[in-house]
Design a protein around this ligand. Structure first.
Ligand SMILES: *Cc1c(COP(=O)(O)O)cnc(C)c1O
Length: 446
């Protein structure tokens, strides 16, 4: 192991607060941020990072925070994971960029081979690499349109697919994502999602409702693709009822409609399986990946059926940085880490810890409406016990109190009433339990 790795490993995996949160140096940096950075870029916590390793982030005031967000589901292998640091260090010393479209290199091909092997389905596959989740989603839509020679795309209620113009059209939520940024890309339609906690429908019932709406409002003859997160992320970690996704896949296949699974947040062992599609037994035509793919380096991919992926003209897909060599080296090391350390099993262990802690609390606290998710992608939905209405204000209070106690937690959901847990899969049981008890104490005090 290199010196760099050894330095990270010296960061103790425990919460330790030496100032109030935010400390004085973070406050100074926030003041500089306000002067230098667009105010449209928000921050969850006004705390600046100085170092991070595994499941903790050390801030510029010397506080050690528990990371239950993984930089939004990115550092699944833990921050500054040793294999990733080694691989990127070696690559940066070899070369930093050639552009794969100009002078290709083997790391890109090796990542494509890995993705083709790991994603669901034994059919022949190809991959293409990009930089961000949004960019990969856009390219999946381009591929589906090129293959089917149709235009329309269906996305779902509560969907989040990114912030570029086409992906904003696919994203459901107005504030903060869409407001003021239109007009959005055309030929995008929205269908109702399966949301068992709120709609009470079975999977087949919810699918019939969605398909009927699609047939009436769009028509299969115009529809290039259905895009869906197998478990929705920003929209509230909504797990569709059993059979919902299967019925949609069957309908899509029968109607020459490409089924795109957006696994940007759910991919790479996060949900206790390598891909969330596996929980439902579906084989998407195209799988979009990003976040957890490369241990924190920017990389994304579209992987899918060879005949679809080869449909666009040569030169039709690409980009200057897509599949950058550093990101590819990081991805290979990251995927090796998921496999060698069986991090999918760790995700399942994390799920049982979270379920245990919150199921016990729910018996005494009716404000905990729903506990759901798979693996290390778990959500707690907070409600007003009298009405069942979403309680976003309570959720905001809990998150703020946890932040003040040095625990990084994220909220999500169309109604902002969900605390979501996305810890690194390498987080130790004790560190996780400590973070969870801070959140539970914040709930009790709120
Ligand atoms: C984060 C996310 C995206 C967008 O990824 P970026 O890298 O932020 O562009 C798309 N889809 C899902 C499901 C996501 O969670």
């Amino acid at each position: 192991m290199s010196d760099i790795t050894a330095r990270g490993a010296q960061i103790t995996q425990a919460r330790n607060l030496v100032t109030s949160i935010p400390g004085p140096r973070s406050q100074e940096l926030m003041a500089r941020k306000r002067q230098a950075v667009s105010s449209a870029i928000g921050t969850t916590m006004p705390v600046f990072a100085e170092a991070a390793f595994g499941g903790v982030i050390v801030d510029v005031d010397g506080n050690t925070l528990i990371d239950l967000g993984s930089g939004i589901a990115v550092t699944g292998v833990g921050n500054a994971a040793p294999r990733v640091v080694e691989a990127v260090t070696a690559q940066v010393n070899a070369f930093t960029h050639t552009c794969f479209m100009v002078t290709p290199y083997d790391g890109y091909v090796a990542v494509a081979e890995k993705l083709n092997a790991l994603t669901p389905g034994t059919f022949e596959k190809r991959s293409a690499l990009f930089n961000s989740g949004s960019e990969a989603v856009e390219n999946a839509v381009k591929i589906a349109r090129s293959y089917t020679k149709k235009n329309a795309v269906v996305a779902f209620d509560h969907a989040y697919h990114g912030r570029t113009n086409l992906t904003l059209a696919l994203t459901a939520k107005n504030l903060p994502y869409k407001s003021g940024f239109g007009p959005f890309a055309s030929e995008i339609y929205r269908a109702p999602m399966s949301y068992p906690f709120r709609d009470g429908l079975s999977g087949p019932e919810a699918a019939a409702r969605a398909i009927s709406q699609i047939e009436k409002q769009v028509g299969a003859e115009n529809l290039a693709a259905i895009i869906i997160e197998p478990i929705q992320g920003e929209g509230g970690f909504i797990v569709p009822a059993e059979g919902f996704l299967n019925a949609l896949v069957d309908w899509a296949r029968a109607n020459n409609v490409v089924f795109i699974a957006d696994e940007v947040q759910t991919g790479f062992a996060r949900t206790g399986a390598m891909f969330a599609s596996e929980h439902f037994g579906i084989e998407p035509d195209l799988v979009v990946t990003a976040k957890g793919i490369a241990g924190g380096l920017p990389l994304s991919a579209v992987t899918g059926r060879a005949e679809l992926m080869d449909a666009p003209q040569t030169g039709g897909l690409g980009g200057t940085y897509g599949g950058n060599p550093l990101a590819c080296a990081a991805a290979l090391a990251t995927i090796e880490t998921y496999e060698a350390e069986d991090l999918a099993a760790e995700a399942r262990r994390i799920e049982s810890q979270i379920r245990e802690a919150f199921t016990a609390a729910q018996r005494e606290d009716a404000r905990i409406g729903d506990i759901r998710g798979h693996g290390a992608m778990m959500a707690i939905e907070f409600i007003n016990p009298e009405t069942g209405d979403p309680d976003g204000a309570l959720t905001g209070k809990i998150a703020a109190a946890a932040h003040a106690q040095g625990v990084i937690v994220l909220t999500c959901g169309t109604y902002g009433n969900i605390i979501r847990f996305l810890p690194p899969l390498t987080i130790g049981a004790d560190l996780l339990n400590e973070g969870l008890s801070v959140v539970l104490n914040a709930l009790a005090a709120a």
